[in-house]
Write a protein that binds this ligand. Sequence first.
Ligand SMILES: Cc1cc2nc3c(=O)[nH]c(=O)nc-3n(C[C@H](O)[C@H](O)[C@H](O)COP(=O)(O)OP(=O)(O)OC[C@H]3O[C@@H](n4cnc5c(N)ncnc54)[C@H](O)[C@@H]3O)c2cc1C
Length: 447
Amino acid sequence: MPVKSWADKLLRSLGEEVVKINPEALESRSRDESGLGPFLPEAVVLARSPEEVSVALRIAQEERIPVYPRGAGTGLTGGALAVHGGMCLDVSRMNRILEIDPENLVAVVEPGVITGDLQRESESQNLFYPPDPASLESCTIGGNIAENAGGPRALKYGLTAHYLLGLEMALPGGERVWLGRKTKKGVTGYEMVLAVVGSEGTLGVITKAAVRLIPKPRASLTAMAFFPQEQDACRAVGRMIGEGILPRAMELVDREGVSVIRRSVDFAMPEGTMLLLETDGTEEAAWADMERAAGFAESHGASQVIIAQDERRARELWSARRSLAEALPGSADDDICVPRSAIPEAVSRIREEAGRLGSELVIFGHAGDGNLHFKIKQDDPERLRLTREAIYRIALQLGGSLTGEHGVGLLKKDYISWELPSLSLRLQRNLKTLFDPKGIMNPGKFF
Ligand SMILES: Cc1cc2nc3c(=O)[nH]c(=O)nc-3n(C[C@H](O)[C@H](O)[C@H](O)COP(=O)(O)OP(=O)(O)OC[C@H]3O[C@@H](n4cnc5c(N)ncnc54)[C@H](O)[C@@H]3O)c2cc1C
């Protein structure tokens, strides 16, 4: 196939080390973890620096080529997929931790840094970067910012947005701008960083980020509470928090999900719906909070609460929880968010609707935040779509959101107007035009 003139221009400017047009490079970026696609880009730019990102964006703007930013491709809604061909701008090689500043509790990183690497590096200096998406061993900080990634610990510590102080972004055309700051406080001008958080690669390419660290908690404890009745577990989530008990994580895994986890750990686990709890702080505080949480669970329907007796067992349990979605059959992991007090109603209505459509369902997720995840087993594509739509409707009827953390991407672009009022959508479209007047950034997504 002849090389397109714009790809040739890229090759001449950035060289063969950076610009790839061989089938393997294109093929390996034609999918992400959403199960959508494949969508082949026509060229892949494996940028090594902000300057190379800028060059690629300058050529893309001149030639009006679609640009699809990509981190690790772990996205679950197809955000990084090249639905209109064009250029995949892959920043995974920009993976250096540039600075960890313990006095100011700040880390400066390149966008391709793997989240787990930043966590380990921070913890080696007694610091803590709390955002912990289950994909933390493979996803990137740039992808986390673009999706406002959460995770189990978001319950106590918040989302990626709450740790982002500032970022450098390359705009279509190639100019780079620093938004935000490196200090904890600073209110000069609009909080532009937050416009970029969750923008899913539709505004520009994040080329650097300054994130907030906190001191590492001295101890943490993990426990499993098993409930014979699913609704008891669902009610316990909001009520426990209403009682002033705030673990750092409170994950719900339904009976089917528990049976999968039971097969992957090497210790005996009861059956039932599980709340996976984690507390932290000083050793005394972690134990005191866990005792309160365990006592609460037992008095609200849990038949057993098992505290992981050592770190190895806790790690094993969390690793099984993190791998759960991949271990389950069915569609890609999808998510919604509801107020946590509405979890019992959400779960029972979702089960009812899925049953009516003949779909099998596993429900799990970051229940402490009302963030329910589900995998659907349904061979008929039309019924799969109807099941998803029924679940999205339930989330919105209960005052929730179409997605708590996976984003809109390609999967939910047709539903965005179900949630956002038209004026809000118009403002967002205008913001997009301001950053990207020629519409080259991640076209075919979001709106
Ligand atoms: C097993 C598994 C578990 C998961 N668990 C969680 C979880 O607990 N919480 C959670 O929030 N998510 C979770 N995810 C989803 C996914 O890992 C996150 O959305 C993650 O933030 C994506 O990062 P990435 O580097 O893979 O981004 P990609 O998939 O490469 O891209 C995602 C989006 O970000 C954009 N993007 C990427 N890098 C940049 C950049 N530098 N500048 C501008 N835009 C960019 C892309 O264009 C795309 O729209 C999970 C996924 C899997 C497979």
